[in-house]
Write a protein that binds this ligand. Structure first.
Ligand code: HAS
Length: 542
């Protein structure tokens, strides 16, 4: 990767890790407060810290990291550089995203935006928080345009050829992202900002929540798809194998593009204002969006088994022994994959309409998203960082740094396991998510949760230690590791495979996405506008 592209990538990745460090601190504090281990000073409160944690971790760390990873991967697979138009879009995106992030952080620090990462109305934040969020989104679109510009240039120079897998997957991810962020842009621009400025006195709550989840579910796939890119394209190369099937990988991404958006009602199954029939349609589509993940699980097993057998692994599971267990570039994403097995199963439980009544708004949901985004995705991003940062700085991953990375991964995995196990268990017993420390007036059931609360806090402590260790390793890899060559691992198929051209017919796929969205959301949104309740005035949070 050339220097200008590397500099751009590093700038995104380091903002991501600064946000990650602050978010990890907020996360540990909030676990300890909830567990009754510490009390916060009077100038702050649980919800302020919870908002800081959610916004910094789920929105800022992820988005900056994803852009940095995908832009550099696109550069690497289209000849090593980003041309000037792509670089221009990339830097413009970075500036907008940084300004948006600062606005959000300052309003949160001033306790003027303690509205959690879902910023549900009628909780009301300062208008600057919403404007900051909008800038973050628009900046990420610019980064998407940088990917599209590189793709367009590559296509022009390689007429008739199928695009590199990494580029195809990045384009799919950003097409999905840009479509998915439109409804939240509508919510922020036409509902939240005028309302928080006092221009409109009330807000249509149902509509704002629907627009949020219209975006909120694909948001989780925006986190997942880059992790899948690392699994499909980078991990095979790291273990000395090949991409299992180019067409299957592309098809999985097209399925994610089609089905990750029209499913948002599975977050609103317990809400009034949406009829049971529409909820059922979204539940059905949710179970369809599970299929590309099952295809991914199949591909990963196939890659591991074929590679392990070629290396001499015999017997039913002998191939597993041949995996590079001491290489953190493989180990961290692999541990992430293991977490995704219960994570995915939990998702299917959540989506199962009636069962959702058992877990909705309990801390089970928090457990679910910590083993999906907090473990499967985050561990993959850590694994990527261990090779990506040295690639971008022209340094190498030393044996010691690799070993420290293994330790860091184990700390993260154990911390996440303890914390999310406690969360799932308490959730099944009805413990609510998003509450400060409380024993519900010493209610025996709530007192029975206390050991789990402490287990959660202990897990959070381990996660914080792991986060500090990670940042130290990444600082070393950025500034101090010895100069040298590090490979940007891009896997290829063993033999050239025929890839059907229709997979790259974007107008068809985008048309189908639009059709599915109109079918799934058109009527319910019309109903929510026509039959809106009187609307809610703002509930100021500070
Ligand atoms: Fe979810 C709530 C349903 C996946 C994140 N989810 C959330 C929230 C977040 C989140 C953040 O239907 C909370 C939102 C809030 O603040 O309220 N989720 C699903 C379903 C899936 C799913 C059906 N979620 C994710 C992913 C996330 C994520 C991925 C982040 C990255 N989720 C829900 C529902 C709710 C929900 C409801 C609302 C609950 C409520 O009531 O509030 C599916 O996409 C999951 C499919 C995944 C699989 C797993 C495949 C396994 C793989 C690993 C293979 C392992 C290998 C290892 C190869 C089927 C690919 C090899 C092993 C060897 C031993 C060799």
């Amino acid at each position: 990767v050339t220097r200008p592209a590397a500099l751009l990538g590093l700038s995104f990745i380091w903002v991501a890790y600064i946000a990650f460090g602050l978010a990890a601190l907020a996360g540990m504090l909030q676990g300890m407060v909830r567990g009754g281990i510490i009390e916060l000073p009077s100038w702050t409160n649980y919800y302020q810290i919870l908002t800081a944690h959610g916004v910094l971790m789920a929105l800022i760390f992820t988005t900056f990291f994803i852009v940095g990873f995908l832009l550099t991967g696109v550069a690497r697979t289209t000849g090593g550089s980003l041309h000037s138009t792509a670089l221009g879009w990339g830097w413009a995106g970075w500036i907008l995203m940084v300004v948006g992030t600062l606005m959000a952080i300052v309003t949160i620090l001033m306790n003027e935006a303690s509205v959690l990462y879902t910023f549900y109305a009628p909780l009301k934040a300062s208008p600057y928080f919403y404007i900051g969020a909008a800038l973050l989104v628009v900046g990420s679109w610019f980064a998407g345009f940088a990917v599209f510009a590189s793709y367009h240039k590559w296509k022009k120079e390689n007429k008739g050829k199928v695009s590199p897998l990494f580029v195809f997957m990045s384009v799919t991810t950003f097409v999905m992202w840009i479509i998915a962020t439109l409804p939240v842009a509508v919510e922020v621009i036409f509902q939240l900002i005028p309302w928080s400025l006092g221009i409109s006195p009330t807000i249509n709550i149902m509509l704002s929540r629907t627009l949020f989840w219209f975006f909120g579910h694909p948001l989780v796939y925006f986190w997942l798809m880059p992790a899948y890119i690392a699994w499909y394209v980078c991990v095979p190369r790291i273990i000395g194998g090949h991409v299992f099937s180019d067409s299957l990988s592309r098809l999985a991404f097209i399925c994610l593009l089609l089905f990750s958006i029209p499913v948002g009602f599975h977050h609103q199954l317990m809400e009034p204002g949406i009829s049971a029939g529409w909820k059922m349609i979204h539940v059905t589509l949710t179970l369809i969006v599970v299929i590309p993940s099952l295809m991914t699980a199949f591909s990963m097993f196939a890659i591991f088994e074929t590679t392990g057998r070629k290396k001499g692994g015999i017997g039913l599971f002998g191939w597993l022994k041949k995996m590079p267990w001491t290489d953190v570039r493989f180990f961290a994403p692999f541990v992430g994959m293991l977490f995704f097995i219960p994570g995915g199963a939990g998702g299917i439980i959540n989506a199962s309409n009636q069962i959702n009544a058992v877990i909705h708004n309990t801390i089970w949901v928090t457990g679910h998203f910590h083993i999906t985004v907090g473990a499967a995705v985050a561990l993959t991003f850590f694994g990527v960082s261990f090779w990506l940062i040295p690639v971008l700085t022209g340094r190498t991953l030393t044996r010691t740094a690799n070993r420290m990375g293994m330790v860091q991964t184990v700390f993260w995995a154990v911390g996440m396991f303890l914390m999310s196990f406690a969360m799932h268990t308490m959730g099944l017993q009805g413990a609510p998510r998003r509450t400060d420390f409380t024993t519900y007036m010493d209610h025996p059931t709530a007192l029975g949760w206390m050991d789990y609360q402490r287990m959660m806090a202990f897990g959070g402590g381990l996660l914080f230690v792991s986060a500090v260790l990670l940042i130290l390793i990444l600082l070393y890899l950025t500034f101090y590791a010895p100069k040298g060559y590090m490979e940007y691992p891009i896997g290829e198929t063993e033999k050239e495979q025929h890839v059907p051209r229709f997979l790259e017919r974007w107008p068809v796929w985008i048309g189908l996405v639009a059709f599915l969205i109109v079918m799934a959301y058109g009527y319910p949104i019309m109903e929510q506008i026509q039959h809106q309740a009187p609307g809610s005035p703002p509930f100021k949070t500070w």
